[in-house]
Design a protein around this ligand. Sequence first.
Ligand SMILES: NC(=O)c1ccc[n+]([C@@H]2O[C@H](COP(=O)([O-])OP(=O)(O)OC[C@H]3O[C@@H](n4cnc5c(N)ncnc54)[C@H](OP(=O)(O)O)[C@@H]3O)[C@@H](O)[C@H]2O)c1
Length: 231
Amino acid sequence: MNYLVTGASRGIGFATAVALASRPEDRIFALSRNTAGLTALVNTVQSQYGTANVEVLSVDLAEVDVAEIVDWMSPFGRLHGVVNNAGLLLKASFLESTEETWQQTFNVNFFAVVRLLQGLHPIMENTHILNIGSMGGFQGSSKFPGLAAYSASKAALANLTECLAEEWKADNIRCNCLAPGAVQTEMLATAFPGFEAPVSSEKMGEMVAWFLREGHHFFNGKVLPVSISTP
Ligand SMILES: NC(=O)c1ccc[n+]([C@@H]2O[C@H](COP(=O)([O-])OP(=O)(O)OC[C@H]3O[C@@H](n4cnc5c(N)ncnc54)[C@H](OP(=O)(O)O)[C@@H]3O)[C@@H](O)[C@H]2O)c1
């Protein structure tokens, strides 16, 4: 299987890519801007499993040329899974947030996913698209000051999940969204300084990898909370 993971240089994306790479027959395509993080990913997989089944590409998803990504992946065959994990959280109260805050947030958390999925559709085959949302974007969940742009962008991603599941059903493409609660990462430290999450990025990465491989056999168009704490 060929799997694409965005935001793989650290945090949940890094851990997801490592977990997926545990099967040497699978190939993982890992994206993010930070080349040091991507190199660390390749080295971790090499030392942990003794395999070289991770391909990396440094890309800014805020201004992505999807054709470049398709050209990079195409020689390896069809795409069977995508984890839209890359995310941006800019903390600002609603009144302090600027047009730029909203544009940047939606560009990475929502429009990059739109552009990526439109561009990748031709190489998809029995594909599971897994969007990483957030409890902040889950209808009826607790909300927190300073996270309006972030939460709204994740709510948009959750809704897109439901729409795509329907629209691409006939193409044998399934689309789900996991909405994590607090996971111990750099992003969490920005959102909730000092808060200790009950879940590590490694643990969440294992869960995301498992769900990417298996979840589409049970769910399509679902937005599932994955949280045992508030936040
Ligand atoms: N941690 C939590 O508690 C939590 C809770 C709910 C949901 N989530 C969601 O889970 C996902 C991963 O979060 P995390 O906590 O692991 O975050 P993180 O530690 O901040 O990592 C974010 C990842 O996204 C990548 N990224 C950000 N902007 C990018 C851009 N313009 N182009 C390409 N890559 C970009 C970063 O790579 P580069 O900087 O190298 O580009 C990094 O690999 C996010 O979607 C987040 O919203 C996290």
